[in-house]
Structures are given as structure tokens and as C-alpha cells.
Ligand binder design. Sequence first.
Ligand SMILES: [Zn+2]
Length: 252
Amino acid sequence: MEEKINWGEMNRWELDKRSDIVDTAILPIGSLEQHGPHLPLDTDTFYAREMVERAVKGLDSVKPPVLPAISYGVSEHHMGFPGTVTLEPETLKHVIVDIGRSAIRHGFHKLLIFNGHGGNEAVIKTAARELKNETGMDIFIDSYKVMDPEREDLVETENDVHAGEFETSLVLASREELVDERNIPEKEMEFPDTKLDFEHEPEFSHTWNTHDLTRTGVLGDANKADKEKGEKLWESGIKRLRERIETVIEID
Ligand SMILES: [Zn+2]
């Protein structure tokens, strides 16, 4: 039988045995939020979980257990569109800290958080600091940025940050049947906008809501998406994440 990787599929005995040979657990975090008129609401959760699972499955070394993904994130900025469900930052922080506290009590002293949604970044850092202070647990944070080098090469659209060329390519390469291609909107906005330019580090930051910037809910250009780009992004992301997981496992 293939070695189990999902925390939730193991029985308590299997989980206990795993903690004897590996002290790292992995927690994917996503969101449930609008992704334009053409992509599924669970886009971020799906690829966070899927990327982690595929990376862990391919490990030669011992496989750290993958905790069930947190399927909701901090998505207030997408609430202007149907389907978005958001957590208060405090709520998400508490959930992450509680999961970490539980994992360490069962022998997992290291936690690798893999984040699929930009809006969760600040909260994850806060939760990690709190867990570290309280329990001494070592927290590592990785994200969809694991694909950045290839994203820079493959994605033509500037400021393609949400439900555009990048994310639509990822979904085409993993769940093509869920992409409503008839509903892919025309590219709507040009950057730099007076408020935002995601390509460059701003001199000072500006808090934004998606519905103030776009009627379609897309930031970028989904028309430039294709399956082949998506496959390359998946492949390189999984490979790099696998190397990082190996590094985390090795750290004392
Ligand atoms: Zn997304």
C-alpha cells in the first residue's frame, strides 16, 4: 500500500508512528473568494492543497503529514462580488495557532505553512510569531510565490494578480472542466493605476478593494492563459516546493 500522506486519512496509530520519524507537518491555506466570472471560488484552496500533496507524494525521504487545508481566508477585499466568504483576520489567526498548538503536542515541532492567497500573508506571519513565542515551534512559510521565476518568464500580462493569465492557466492545467471559457472577460484595466502598481514596490502602500478597481473581478488578462503555461507552472512549483520541504525536514 502506498504510504499515506494526509493527516486526516491516517488512523491515530499511523499518525503517531509518523511523528516518530518526521517532526514536520504541512498546513495548506487557501480562500473561498470570487475569481472573476470564469474560475471556481475555491481556486486558491485547491492549488495550495494540490501543490503540497503532489510535492509530498514525490519525496524520496520520509513524508510529512499534510493537515487538512484551511479552506477559508481573509478576503474582505473581494466581498463586493458574489460567492466570497471571508474570515476576520483574528479568526484565521486563532485557527492557525490552535492547529499549531495541537500539532506540536503530537510531536510535530516544525510546521510548514503553504499559502495560496495573498490576503492571508499578514495574518500567517502574526500567527507564526505567536506560535513561536508560545510553544517554540519552528514555522516556515511558503506560498504560490514558489512559482515566481517561471511566472516571470511565462506570464506576459503586467500586474496579473488575480484570476488573470497566471491563475487561469493554473486552473486550465488542473481542472479544465471548471473554467468557463465563454465568460472570460476582456482585459479591463491598465496599470500603473493611480492607486496601484503590483509590479513595483510602492513608495507607500494603499489599501484597496477589488470592486473599486474592476467591474469583472479580474486583475490581469485571462485571455492570455493557456494550459501549457499552467502545466509548466505546476511542474516547476511542485519541484521547487519539494526541495524546500526536504530542506525544512533536514533542519534541526
Ligand atoms: Zn486566487
